[in-house]
Write a protein of this length. Sequence first.
Length: 273
Amino acid sequence: MVDHAVALIYLADIYRSVGRLGPALEYNEKAQQMLKNQPGPLYYHNRAVADYALGLTHHMLGNDSKALDWYEHAQDLFKRANLHWGIEGDRKRQEQCTRVIRWIDVLITNIAEQGATPLDTPFFNLIWLPVFPLRGGEVGYSMAEWEVTECLVARELKIEGKPFCPYSVTGKRKTALKLKVSAKHFVLKVLEDNWNDLPAETGDYLLIRLDTQRRPGPGVVWLAEDEEWAFGEFKRDATTGKIRFEPQKPYVIGADAPRGPIIAILKPIPPAP
């Protein structure tokens, strides 16, 4: 039964990614029903995932009250799962739970703030992103996904309730930021001025796209062992045509390390006088 439920969750993800929310909701509900009565702490994690997935689908459908309920259910179960994995000594799963709990906090904030947004403001004109340190501090990274049926153009991005506008890596302000359909993005907080000679200041954020089809330009790679990000350049080999990452320092980086180009620098929008 558990394998069947997990398969339904994956199938719902596929339907949700192409905008078919009816089948996605049906499969999410079936998976949640299958898992909700599974006994004991061992199943907290799977039950939390099912509730979270159901919340995502309701959120996309515009059912904010139901989305909020399922997000809160999922968050509670992830907290219980976190305690269980701590007792079991499974640090990796603990870190997964911690990251998802923080991300659900962002989604809940999204719903609360959207309720105060004027009706004439397009829903996809604002984007909410989770925050992760650029170097040091807390371990881990995550991606935020936007499941839309067309390219998403954003003129403003909101991080922890504060508005930011996008700039290019050369420091030129962008009138709008075009994001790929179903692409995965995350943001990294800049902790020092002119980090690696980028026109970024303390308090700015770098918007990164996790991209398997790499392109030349500045980017970052996660160094899990050192708990930080390596800055460097994605460069095209003149002979093979392939793009490789060249960090500024001689790091040894695994081939499967999360990496991606910096597609924008996000700078805070000052409050109106």
